[in-house]
Write a protein that binds this ligand. Sequence first.
Ligand code: FES
Length: 174
Amino acid sequence: MPAQATAETSAADKRWKLVEATMRRNGYRPDALIETLHTVQGVFGYIDREALKFVAERLPVSPSQIFGVVTFYHYFQMKPQGRHTCSVCTGTACHIKGSKALLDDIEAHYDLKDGQTTPDDKVSLLTVRCIGACGLAPAAVFDGEVEGSVTPDLLHERLDNWLAEEDEGNGEEN
Ligand code: FES
């Protein structure tokens, strides 16, 4: 079943596809850079050298320019922050469907704002602009996995589970 195999392959690359979609939506113009980097960080949690290369190969911007932008803006991170990353989409469709309320809820319950990480380094909160799941707004990305129709309850479930993980023994349930 070749179609299935293709789908599986693309599933592995889903985050890159989201990054690609951002560039495409912006016509692969140089001014797509900031939004593209925003997507990279939103779906991966940080922007590493592989991501810089990926973007530089597609946008008419040199790797050194991209590196300059990433290091200039404090918001962008070049290494992992928390163990887990929750990125809430703040694109137009998600905004209309209540992404701001989701962010407010996270701030109220977890004292966590966009770009911040919990003191125990377990969870980082980021925002991302349109991840191509507008039909499922409001959407969020949990450790690279896109989730639609996100509710405060779902957010609490995910974040509480992450925060409840043991400090060192992640993955010990085997
Ligand atoms: S605006 Fe959120 S997925 Fe498009």
